[in-house]
Design a protein around this ligand. Structure first.
Ligand code: PRP
Length: 215
């Protein structure tokens, strides 16, 4: 069996992983040993001609843009931040969250503009910059890779731009949202060339998933 017969699927570690494998499993796109805890980097289902790769969340669009993975599942926020050229096939509906700016409750300033020229800690500097530029604001972006909420709590930054899902992290750290930047959900994405070359299988998957999502 040649590689071109296989579909390679990039799945992100973290919150979207189990939701993604659960949904794909419903349409028979699965493999023995497909688990976030697996130390195996490629998990293959020879019979179904599927290869799953488990990557860091932010890397999914990269694997797909270069065609190392034919398709992938990833949040809209991560797609936009990456700036990668991938084909968005389907809104999967799960992984609902929003990207927002938050500050410590006791340090809230009256207007958004009052934060002009201050430091903001974020995993999403590109989206944040676009947002603030549209408000006529210039900010200093401090790129962090996790636990963003720590930034203003220890004086690294005045504010954060980060994802909120349940709101628990904000609450537990006495932070307050001051403006929503965008809403996001998980998307099925494809490499543009793979989508053409493997149209039948990928489009079949889109059809099968759409039926399940419509239920
Ligand atoms: C994300 C995000 C927030 C948290 C929000 O972090 O960056 O910290 O989830 O979720 P909540 O509103 O339900 O509390 P994640 O858990 O992905 O880890 P990270 O801090 O390492 O980025």
């Amino acid at each position: 069996m040649q590689d071109k017969d296989f579909i390679t699927i990039a799945l992100p570690k973290g919150k979207l992983f189990s939701l993604s494998t659960e949904l794909l499993g419903k349409v028979g796109w699965t493999a023995d040993g497909l688990s976030e805890k697996s130390r195996k980097l490629i998990i293959t289902n020879e019979t179904a001609r599927l290869k799953f790769i488990i990557t860091k969340t932010a890397d999914v669009p990269t694997y797909v843009e270069y065609g190392a993975a034919d398709i992938g599942i990833i949040g809209k926020d991560v797609i936009l931040e990456s700036g990668k050229d991938v084909y968005e096939l389907l809104d999967l509906g799960f992984g609902k969250c929003h990207l927002m700016m938050a500050v410590p409750k006791d340090k809230r300033r009256p207007q958004l503009e009052d934060y002009n020229n201050t430091r903001v800690a974020t995993k999403f500097p590109h989206i944040a910059e676009k947002f603030f530029a549209a408000q006529g604001m210039q900010m200093e972006y401090i790129k962090l890779n996790g636990s963003i909420e720590l930034g203003p709590l220890i004086g690294l930054s005045e504010s954060i731009v980060d994802i909120v899902e349940t709101g628990t992290t904000l609450r537990e750290n006495n932070l307050e949202e001051i403006v929503t930047i965008m809403n996001a959900t998980a998307r099925l994405i494809a490499n543009r060339v793979s989508y053409k070359l493997k149209f039948e299988r990928i489009n079949g998957l889109v059809g099968d998933l759409s039926k399940i999502l419509a239920r």
